[in-house]
Design a protein around this ligand. Structure first.
Ligand code: SF4
Ligand code: SF4
Length: 353
């Protein structure tokens, strides 16, 4: 891996050149709601002063709903119209880790061509960030990233240190090499060390993830789950905003009177009531408490047992999103010894006011 330097005023000229023939996606502020990743048609729209986008970048690789096949009476044809060459700029370390988890999931037994083609066609240009009170990525060790990007820009106020993470990233630099400085001075290194130390100290929330698999097991039948289930609205928002949630559903979209119909794939959520419904109407997780337990078993136990780390990358989106304060922070803290009623009281006192 090589590190070079880019002065701040050279960022947009660089992005302009590399995006001449490729769609550039970057964070943009949406009035009255938050930031979103969006295809850029005006560089002034890019806003790098953000903590998290509303939806994670998974929407760029697998849109919430897209057509998989066009089917006719005797034939079917795969549809990859959601895939096009893209540059994704401004993605934070936690979301890059989220993509690495997605990579593993979508190639675990079979390669998922709808994901892998989109992934192969997208260059990842990461950007450093600063935590707010909901960022948990230091606890998940996803606040720094050493793989999964083509270029990574660390913001040191007047300039960027640019980490080259792949040969494709190196090719990008060569398109406009004169904008970059190969010489990293001792002052730059000291600035980077100071930035890292100050950022590490800025994290306000900590979770002991290594204790979670045992606590999930020990508290599998705890009344906590019934209380959470009573409060949960089964809206599915926590799943939609989570960068590592990957379940989907497939349904036919018949076109009556036409020669062909579509087979559509859309995001699904294990917190929704019909998620575990099977033919004949049986539902194995009709209770909201059971569905929440499944979600948290996946985040806090099963993935850790298999891969030694949680499938939570600490982005904080479930904390910012759940309308009744059920999220990885409140659940983990409750499992780890917070008074069980703390969540329940908060629900009654604050949410139902
Ligand atoms: S569980 Fe919550 S904090 Fe963790 S990755 Fe998912 S949305 Fe982000
Ligand atoms: S935990 Fe919160 S965000 Fe998730 S389904 Fe329940 S109410 Fe919705």
């Amino acid at each position: 891996m090589r590190v070079i330097k880019l002065s701040k005023e050279n960022l947009f000229p660089f992005l302009e050149v590399i995006s001449e023939k490729t769609g550039l996606w970057a964070p943009v502020r949406k009035p009255n709601s938050g930031h979103v990743f969006k295809e850029i048609d005006d560089f002034a729209q890019i806003d790098l002063d953000y903590t998290r986008t509303i939806l994670p970048p998974k929407k760029i690789f697998l849109p919430p709903s897209f057509n998989m096949f066009k089917a006719s009476k005797n034939n079917y044809e795969e549809d990859f119209s959601h895939v096009s060459p893209k540059i994704l700029f401004g993605i934070h370390p936690c979301d890059i880790h989220g993509l690495l988890i997605m990579d593993r999931f979508y190639s675990y037994v079979f390669d998922d061509p709808y994901y892998s083609k989109a992934r192969d066609n997208t260059l990842i240009l990461g950007h450093s960030c600063w935590p707010d009170e909901n960022c948990l990525c230091k606890s998940t060790n996803t606040h720094i990233v050493e793989e999964g990007y083509d270029l990574f820009f660390t913001d040191l106020k007047d300039s960027y240190l640019v980490w080259i993470g792949s040969s494709k990233g190196d090719d990008l630099i060569r398109v406009k090499a004169e904008l970059f400085d190969e010489n990293i001075a001792e002052k730059d290194i000291q600035n980077f060390i100071q930035w890292r130390e100050e950022r590490d100290e800025a994290f306000q929330t900590e979770i002991n993830f290594s204790a979670m698999p045992d606590l999930m097991e020990l508290k599998y039948n705890d009344t906590l789950w019934e209380k959470l289930g009573d409060a949960c609205l089964a809206c599915g928002s926590c799943t939609n905003v989570c960068p590592t949630c990957n379940c989907y559903n497939v349904h036919d979209k018949p076109a009556l009177g036409e020669d062909s119909s579509q087979i559509v794939r859309c995001w699904d959520a294990c917190t929704l009531e019909n998620y575990s419904e099977v033919a004949g109407g049986e539902n194995f997780r009709k209770k909201r408490s059971d569905r929440l337990k499944l979600w948290y078993t996946h985040k806090l136990q099963a993935y850790i047992s298999k891969y030694g780390k949680p499938s939570c990358v600490g982005c904080g989106r479930c904390i910012a999103t759940c309308p009744v304060d059920i999220n990885v922070k409140t659940v983990a803290h409750t499992l780890d010894g917070d008074k069980v009623d703390s969540f329940w009281n908060r629900f009654h006192e604050e949410v139902r006011k």
